[in-house]
Design a protein around this ligand. Structure first.
Ligand code: NOJ
Length: 558
């Protein structure tokens, strides 16, 4: 597939984003630190590795980095089980390296956001160790403890809630003869967010990072924080899914309680204190719906008008959709439709919990062409795009043998659930051994395609996916209509699998046509123009009003 690109200078335009807060101006890049770059040969990525790749990220046009957890952790859930919220796990480096990373990233116009796990700690966190030490310990009420009802056959669970990683959400603590709640593994006890001391303590932890220059947080399962005051049973929800009992419930009482919004508001107030005039800090929430269910309306409630709650929230609908123009249109249109006027959307196709979009949506024939369509889609929508490391080179899911599994979910449900290791395999930097990721033994196997698919090879090839991403990001940052213009879809092309839309700002219009099919199709916009960027046409060339789009063609024009 031929592709041409114009440089910034050739377009003769200045980057327009000066007046927008950083998190509205470009992609935020999620790094799974264990898998990015290992500089001390222990097989696990580290902060120094990220620091060394800042130029790469700057060149790509990234404006923010979300770091998956780097706090000390015994790794029952790979960092989402934290024993100390204000330190760095030695496997990743030290606070000193972290400070350097923040400074050097900021110098390149890249802000850092931390992953904040508020719902639960590790069972080895000193708070929980105290809490479980006796029923009258002052920290007892920092977690959720309950008696089980006694029946003819002994004790029973306090209610029917199930843990996401298997079994009941309640574990019996023999010494103190009560159950504690954990919505994930039993090594991740849930905090009691109804306790004001917990709120104070966690806000202080967040402040620690803000004081170090961090510009925001990705809030892990933010909608789980507060539980039903009466601990009522969740209703049954029948569906065809693999045998995880957790998914056979509608999570009505263990999530999304009204009090959670008050806490989010408190967190937002803290962020605003650090925001300055330019809305410099940002919260993006993981609002986890019932598995596989499209719930953009739920995510939207956590943003509200954009002023009092979260700045951004992930809508998982794009993760649960298929690659057809009609489905993509429906998901995006619904997402925009449920957001209040002051809210700013964001979009995500891949993350560390899901199969990568490159595998999930692009498998089979024309898979590389499909990846270009997804990139063009993500980077020309309204709102902030989130990229997952390796997405820019088209990294696919790894194939992980049972003996190499690390993820608790994958181990527990093998072979019924693929687990999450497949999307966490090491970044493919070069075609050398271990893909240039480590000189040691990588903590997860390197994907088999690394000799062909790697950053170095794609940097050399101007027609590579990496260049396509970079060009799209540059274009997005140069064109006010793409950066923060409105969006309107042309529904006429949907039948033929063409997604077309216009982005508008202050009299300027940018048109986007994406042929989501392997066939030649008419352009539903029926208007010609000057090409800005295309998989198939020269920039500055003309596209005719009656042109036919090549299979999987993506063209952005004016
Ligand atoms: C959501 C995170 O994305 C996932 O990786 C983690 O296992 C759970 N929350 C528990 O923290």
């Amino acid at each position: 597939m031929e592709k041409y690109r114009l440089s910034l200078q050739e377009r003769g335009m200045a980057i327009q984003y000066a007046e927008l807060p950083w998190w509205k101006t470009g992609p935020i890049y999620q790094i799974y630190p264990r898998s990015f770059l290992d500089t001390n040969s222990d097989g696990v990525g580290d902060l120094e590795g990220i620091r060394r790749k800042l130029d790469y990220l700057q060149d790509l046009g990234v404006r923010g980095i979300w770091l998956s957890p780097i706090y000390p952790s015994p790794l029952y859930d790979f960092g989402y089980d934290i024993t100390n919220y204000h330190d760095i796990d030695p496997v990743f480096g030290s606070l000193e390296t972290f400070k350097l990373l923040v400074r050097e990233a900021e110098a390149r116009g890249i802000s850092l956001i931390m992953d904040m796990v508020l719902n639960h700690t590790s069972h080895l966190h000193p708070w929980f160790i105290e809490s479980r030490s006796s029923r009258d310990n002052p920290k007892r009420d920092w977690y959720i403890w309950k008696d089980g009802p006694r029946g003819p056959f002994g004790k029973g669970y306090p209610n029917n809630w199930m843990a996401a990683f298997g079994g009941h959400a309640w574990t019996w603590d023999k010494p103190t003869e009560q159950y504690y709640l954990h919505l994930f593994t039993e090594e991740q006890p849930d905090l009691n967010w109804r306790n004001p001391e917990v709120q104070e303590a966690m806000l202080a932890e967040m402040q620690f990072w803000l004081d170090l220059g961090v510009k925001g947080f990705r809030l892990d399962v933010i909608n789980y924080l507060v539980k039903d005051a009466q601990f009522r049973n969740n209703p049954y929800h029948f569906r065809m899914t693999y045998p995880r009992r957790h998914d056979l419930q509608h999570h009505q009482f263990d999530r999304n309680q009204p009090e959670t919004y008050e806490i989010v508001h408190r967190i937002r107030s803290l962020m605003d204190l650090y925001a300055g005039a330019s809305e410099d800090t940002m919260l993006v929430g993981e609002v986890y719906p019932d598995e596989g269910v499209h719930a953009p309306d739920l995510a939207a409630t956590y943003i509200g008008n954009g002023k009092d709650l979260l700045h951004l929230a992930f809508d998982f609908s794009t993760i649960y959709t298929s690659l057809t123009a009609a489905d993509l249109h429906s998901v995006l249109q619904t997402w925009y439709g449920v957001l209040s006027p002051g809210a700013w959307p964001c979009h995500v196709l891949s993350n560390h919990d899901q199969s990568r979009a490159a595998s999930r949506l692009c498998a089979g024939a024309d898979n590389e062409a499909k990846k270009r369509v997804l990139a063009a889609l993500l980077l020309t929508q309204r709102g902030t795009p989130f990229l997952y490391y390796g997405e820019e080179i088209g990294m696919e899911d790894g194939v992980i043998a049972r003996k190499d599994l690390q993820d608790p979910l994958g181990k527990k449900y093998y072979p019924f659930h693929p687990g999450r290791d497949r999307s966490r395999t090491p970044m493919q930097w070069t075609g050398d051994s271990a893909a240039g990721f480590t000189e040691g033994k990588p903590w997860l196997p390197i994907n088999r395609d690394f000799r062909k698919r790697n950053v170095e090879a794609q940097q050399r090839d101007p027609s590579s996916l990496l260049h396509w991403y970079r060009d799209l990001i540059t274009l997005r940052q140069e064109e006010p209509a793409l950066l923060d213009g409105s969006i309107e879809f042309f529904e006429t092309g949907l039948q033929e699998n063409v997604l077309a839309y216009v982005r508008r700002k202050a009299g300027s219009e940018v048109l986007v046509v994406l042929n989501v099919s392997g066939q030649t199709r008419p352009n539903p916009i029926r208007r010609g123009g000057t090409v800005l960027l295309s998989t198939h046409r020269k920039p500055q060339g003309t596209i005719e009003h009656d042109t036919r789009l090549a299979p999987w063609e993506c063209t952005v024009y004016r």
